[in-house]
Design a protein around this ligand. Structure first.
Ligand SMILES: NC(=O)c1ccc[n+]([C@@H]2O[C@H](COP(=O)([O-])OP(=O)(O)OC[C@H]3O[C@@H](n4cnc5c(N)ncnc54)[C@H](O)[C@@H]3O)[C@@H](O)[C@H]2O)c1
Length: 300
């Protein structure tokens, strides 16, 4: 797609950021939200982000907030849904989008974990429906996972991959619609063992994070695990796995330690304590640190 018309449904945390990326790439963007406060502030939020990042402030002029789904999607070439993570809501919204969008428009959901197959099952034309899983904040994290279902056409995948690559993102094709796609499966495999290390008294939570940040976390942005396995040798990797894997946590469900934290109201930043205690200042400082790091590595 050269310059396309993009429709974004949902102007919350993700929706406004996705709209910003497409507008900055030169596309015309329509956006809607059922909560008027979010729709009314969407352009202000995008303008503030553009200013903060030193991006072309005129991009916001290509974003048009509209109050209903019908007019938002009517002329769109590509529709991305970023409403709350609620399956019946998403199904209902796609039913409505399908009624009003053109027949050749690609329909995408930005769900974090709901299978795309479940969201799109009720559509008349499922060949043009797929997932585009962005990461927060959309204008700083490059990855967009493009998820096909058993019905998605190769053309829809190809057009979507190109659209996102041309907008400066790094699209990754997920060939099967599995829970957690690629990124969250990898991320939560690590989190499971991180929690088990604490649960089993091997170290405290602060040490888990310190070990990652001071060791392989330093390399991860430039050296993926499979590149790393090839670098050290698949034979050495096999030898390590024979010793380590039988001892690594492989329970199929969430850890009882995590369940206990939640039961006790230790919800993390929200309550001031989770795996560790957090003052409001510590929370603000960590958020700031992450944002500064993402900004610095934006163009890599
Ligand atoms: N927050 C993240 O880090 C993240 C990352 C990747 C994917 N996601 C996914 O993206 C989606 C949106 O998440 P978010 O964090 O932006 O949530 P959010 O709560 O910030 O935004 C959701 C928006 O949807 C709107 N909405 C609800 N019902 C609607 C309707 N019927 N019509 C139009 N708009 C409606 C809400 O008013 C709200 O503005 C979810 O599916 C989420 O799982 C979130």
């Amino acid at each position: 797609m050269a310059k396309a018309r993009i429709a974004v449904i949902g102007a919350g945390l993700m929706g406004h950021g996705i709209a910003q990326v497409f507008a900055l790439a030169g596309h015309e963007v329509t956006i809607t939200d059922s909560f008027s406060a979010n729709l009314d502030t969407v352009k202000t939020r995008i303008a503030a982000n553009l200013k903060d990042l030193g991006d072309d402030a005129r991009a916001v002029e290509r974003v048009r907030p509209l109050t209903d789904i019908a007019s938002t999607v009517r002329e769109a070439d590509f529709v991305v849904e970023a409403v709350s993570e609620d399956l019946p809501l998403k199904q209902k919204i796609f039913g409505e989008i399908e009624k009003h969008a053109r027949g050749d428009t690609i329909l995408a959901s930005n769900t974090s974990v709901i299978p795309i197959t479940k969201i799109m099952a009720g559509l008349r034309d499922r060949a043009r429906a797929l997932g585009t899983h962005w990461w927060n904040p959309p204008y700083l994290v490059p990855l967009v996972e493009v998820i096909g279902t058993q019905w998605t056409s190769p053309q829809a995948i190809e057009r979507t991959m190109k659209l996102h690559a041309d907008a400066g993102k790094k699209p990754a094709h997920v060939k099967k619609d599995v829970p957690g796609f690629i990124g969250n499966r990898l991320q939560h495999a690590l989190w499971r063992e991180a929690i088990a290390l604490v649960e089993n008294g091997i170290c405290d939570a602060e040490t888990v994070d310190a070990v990652i940040k001071a060791a392989f976390g330093r390399r991860l942005a430039v050296l993926g695990p499979l590149e790393n396995a090839d670098m050290v040798g698949t034979d050495l990797t096999l030898a390590i796995h024979k010793t380590v894997l039988p001892d690594i946590d492989s329970r199929p469900g969430p850890s009882p330690y995590l369940e206990k934290l939640v039961r006790e109201g230790k919800l993390g930043f929200k309550s001031g304590e989770g795996f560790r205690k957090w003052t409001p200042e510590q929370q603000a400082s960590l958020r700031q640190k992450v944002l500064a790091h993402l900004k610095k590595s934006r163009d890599n």
